[in-house]
Ligand binder design. Structure first.
Ligand SMILES: Cc1cc2nc3c(=O)[nH]c(=O)nc-3n(C[C@H](O)[C@H](O)[C@H](O)COP(=O)(O)OP(=O)(O)OC[C@H]3O[C@@H](n4cnc5c(N)ncnc54)[C@H](O)[C@@H]3O)c2cc1C
Length: 419
């Protein structure tokens, strides 16, 4: 079907909604993006994240060992993982589904799809940075380890990556120094993932917005309250301004808020917010060249232009956006242990950014058309990989809206897979 004059309403102006709007507007659709009221507490998870593009992440969040490690961490207020206990049926069901998927079979079943989506998304990231003119640093990522046990675990991950054709190099400390001569790293060793990249999420979002506007797209600062439907069609989106926005097709990319909007359509998409924080310094004279992940502290470190961002924690918290000072301090302390040239004082006065990763219980995104509605595409639940997978997700949304056969088998990501 020709895209000319066909209207698409995208709900959500985070990385997933913007990449969808980008590819749809490039294909000639008339796109409007509903991005919530800027004064409302429903903030996006897309601007303050660590900016890493990670083909190295071929293992989903639901994997063996995650639950036992999480339980060990629960009692430490500075630990990178926390599950806020509360009496809540949605949380109970999510935990049950997460536990059911945290096994080797699920990892084996998911790794090829995650690898292929990530590599294609990386290719699109390179293409986008060139065509839209913003920096994408293609120098790889260091996974740094301070314990023997941690290093052994990561060497095993690197071996499994080799089996599926991904590049990963086990590094001793001198090799780490050669790779990043600007950084003073305190680590026993690590893995270099040369295919990973990093960027500034703010630059990325700005470039996408500008491109959508240049392609004739519009942004509306309204909140979607409900999707109205008639038989197999979505007929409009009711907003907080009392209007009903109408289009030919609709994309739901509302991050953690997506579940609330699908419930009355009879679509169950369990999701929990995986709360994380980041701190960004002002201009620094000296900083690492490469981005890194700090194994024992689960902290992400990303040079962004002349500033440095450190990010971390995964607090399964529903939609609670409160800030735990202890956990923010845990991020700062972990970072300073791996990069001892910095002191905690340099970070203590920075205001933490907080974001809720939209986490599905099997660690895979929801991407596809729900079985009961023909003109709706869901794109959410990308958890720790939303920025990384945004271009391929947006491209697949464009394919689904235009009726093309998607370039990947999307059945494992079907929005109805939990009912
Ligand atoms: C600390 C941290 C570090 C991270 N680092 C990385 C990383 O390095 N690499 C990576 O790939 N991922 C990373 N992530 C994950 C990544 O940030 C998320 O997966 C991604 O931002 C999710 O994007 P989204 O568009 O689905 O959701 P969001 O960014 O949350 O966007 C959803 C949008 O929808 C809008 N919205 C919601 N409801 C409504 C409504 N009813 N009406 C209108 N608008 C609505 C919201 O206002 C928001 O703008 C990190 C996350 C955190 C917390």
């Amino acid at each position: 079907m020709s895209s000319k004059n066909r209207e698409v309403l995208v709900i959500g102006g985070g990385v997933i909604g913007l990449c969808s709007a980008y590819y749809l507007s490039q294909a000639g659709y008339c796109v409007r993006v509903l991005e919530g009221d800027s004064t409302s507490p429903m903030t996006s998870c897309s601007d303050g994240n660590a900016g890493m593009v990670v083909p190295s992440h071929f293992i989903p969040l639901a994997a063996p060992g995650v639950i036992s490690q999480g339980l060990k961490w629960m009692l430490n207020p500075k630990s990178p993982f926390f599950l806020r206990p509360r009496l809540d049926l949605d949380l109970a069901r999510w935990i049950w589904l997460f536990a059911r998927h945290s096994n080797r079979h699920h990892v084996e079943d998911s790794k090829i799809l995650l690898r292929d989506l990530s590599l294609e998304s990386r290719r699109l990231h390179v293409e986008l940075s060139e065509s839209e003119n913003y920096p994408l640093v293609q120098k790889g990522l260091l996974m740094l380890c301070q314990s023997e046990e941690g290093l052994e675990e990561e060497i095993e991950v690197a071996q499994r990556a080799h089996e599926i054709g991904l590049e990963a190099e086990v590094c001793h400390p001198q090799r780490l120094k050669d790779l990043d001569p600007q950084a003073h790293i305190s680590a026993l060793g690590g893995i270099w993932w040369p295919q990973d990249c990093h960027l500034s999420p703010e630059n990325f979002l700005r470039a996408l917005r500008q491109a959508v506007i240049r392609n004739g797209g519009e942004f509306i600062q309204n909140q979607a309250l409900a999707l109205e439907s008639n038989h197999r069609q979505i007929t409009g989106v009711k907003t907080d301004q009392g209007r009903t926005e109408k289009a030919d097709s609709y994309v739901l990319a509302g991050g953690i808020q997506s579940t609330g909007l699908t419930r009355h359509l009879g679509l169950k998409m369990p999701m929990q917010g995986g709360k994380g924080y980041s701190l960004t310094t002002g201009s620094l004279t000296h900083q690492p060249l490469l981005c890194s992940l700090l194994k024992e502290g689960r902290v992400a470190v990303t040079p962004m232009g002349s500033s440095l961002r450190i990010a971390g924690t995964m607090e399964i918290c529903g939609k609670n956006q409160s800030i735990s000072r202890a956990r923010v301090l845990g991020i700062i302390e972990s970072f300073c242990k791996f990069y001892p040239e910095y002191s905690p004082e340099e970070f203590l006065n920075l205001s933490p950014w907080v974001g809720l990763r939209p986490c599905s219980p099997d660690g895979l995104p929801y991407l596809g058309k729900p079985s009961k509605h023909d003109n709706l595409v869901i794109a959410s639940g990308h958890a720790m990989m939303g920025l990384s997978l945004a271009p391929i997700s947006g491209y697949l949304v464009k394919q689904l809206i235009s009726g093309e056969t998607p370039c990947f088998d999307l059945s494992p990501l079907h929005p109805n897979r939990f009912g």
